[in-house]
Design a protein around this ligand. Structure first.
Ligand SMILES: C[S@@+](CC[C@H](N)C(=O)[O-])C[C@H]1O[C@@H](n2cnc3c(N)ncnc32)[C@H](O)[C@@H]1O
Length: 381
């Protein structure tokens, strides 16, 4: 396998930040698209990106692309793919299809054509086929370990077949034992920290920390801890998997780790949620790095023993899942920041213009992301 044509799926809004991260991880031909980033890399690069990307949700390999106007044609062309490189015995396979402006518009039949092609190429004995549920078109949002997901996209009669390489979503880092009230995705937290140019010599405050995602991601970033070290990737089950090369990638990632030099303080009003954040941090190996405090945002001041200004990252409560006077909380946050934190930088997530107005701070830069089914804004003030 030489150069691989890949596609990184990302949370909508994170495409550019993910593109920069992928370039840093030595991806080539990086092209930002809507909802993802296409790039090329080698198998070593694929290992490195799955292991070390903090922002990407999953990585796909584009195996083939061809024109098909009938289901038998789709079946025959799908059968030419060297599936034996990727699908071993005892692995369950699921095929997901999407069809747009094409002659083949029945996604269930398209899925069936591809899964039949895979099974017939490999010989039925060697493959536990996808559950009937998946084949008949149920949309799955996740992928269990030991299961190989194949994605088929048909658009303008052009069929593209991709293979998932990541297994479970990469934002599932394995440390979140508790979710708090409305946790931000780990990939979003990491993207915001990167966008704010997290500096290791600068203190980081994470008020309203909830389950502790920002603080934990910051501890991992500052300590150069690869987020995928405990992840079970799909490629680990491929017959073509190169164990030695994978071990090299893991060893390199481990060698990069250092003691986190950053002072990180996470605070939260709710004692029960604070306890959960502590347990999550311990699970992430960051228990001794992050200082936790029970604190109302309205009473926040620069902590003792902190010299010099730093960074605040804040995800106040909002939305259907959270009740209460949201705007007055944004107003308090704005007042506390302008009165107590001269020279500091802050990133805040805001759900709408009303909350931004209530915050009342001058915005230096912004971007928007889709989270929990709605577009929200991230402001740097
Ligand atoms: C949207 S959640 C934060 C989620 C967090 N980013 C995560 O990933 O889990 C907002 C948090 O603010 C806390 N909170 C609400 N009012 C607060 C206040 N006045 N002071 C401090 N924390 C508060 C809530 O208990 C909740 O855990």
């Amino acid at each position: 396998m030489g150069n691989l044509s890949c596609y990184a799926v990302v949370v909508p809004g994170l495409e550019t930040i993910a593109g920069d991260e992928l370039s840093e991880l030595a991806a080539h031909d990086v092209k930002v698209e809507e909802g993802g980033v296409s790039f090329t890399t080698t198998m070593d690069g694929l290992f490195r990106i799955n292991l070390r990307s903090r922002i990407v949700t999953r990585v796909l390999i584009r195996l083939t692309s061809f024109r098909a106007l009938s289901f038998p044609e789709l079946y025959n062309k799908s059968k030419k793919v060297a599936w034996e490189h990727y699908i071993g015995s005892q692995v369950s396979v699921s095929v997901r299809a999407s069809c747009k402006t094409s002659k083949l518009m029945h996604s269930g039949r398209a899925q069936l054509a591809v899964s039949d092609a895979v099974r017939d190429r490999l010989g039925s004995a060697s493959l536990i086929t996808a559950s009937q549920k998946n084949i008949s078109g149920e949309t799955r949002t996740d992928n269990r370990a030991g299961e190989q997901q194949i994605l088929l996209r048909i658009e303008n009669n052009q069929c593209t077949i991709s293979l998932d390489t990541s297994g479970e979503r990469l934002d599932r880092r394995g440390y979140r034992l508790h979710s708090g009230k409305a946790p931000v995705r780990e990939t979003i937290a990491a993207a915001i920290l990167r966008w704010m140019d997290l500096r290791v010599d600068e203190p980081l405050l994470s008020p309203m920390c909830g389950s502790g995602t920002f603080a934990i991601e910051a501890a991992w970033m500052a300590g150069k801890r690869a987020p995928g070290l405990d992840h079970t990737f799909s490629f680990l089950h491929w017959p073509s998997f190169k164990q030695k090369r994978w071990h090299r990638a893991v060893e390199k990632a481990l060698a990069m780790q250092s003691l986190c030099p950053t002072c990180i303080i996470a605070s939260e009003l709710d004692a029960g949620i604070l306890k959960q954040a502590r347990e999550n941090a311990a699970q992430a190996g960051a228990g001794g790095i992050i200082r936790f405090e029970q604190l109302d945002i309205c009473r926040m001041t620069v902590p003792e023993n902190i010299s010099g200004p730093g960074l605040i990252i804040c995800n106040p409560p909002y939305g259907d899942r959270i009740k209460g006077d949201v705007k007055s909380l944004y107003k308090s946050l704005g007042e506390v920041f302008s009165q107590q934190f001269s020279g500091w930088r802050m990133a805040v997530i805001v759900p709408d213009q009303g909350c931004e107005n209530a915050l009342g701070l001058k915005v230096k830069k912004r971007f928007k992301i889709k989270h929990g089914g709605r577009w929200i804004h991230v402001l740097s003030v």
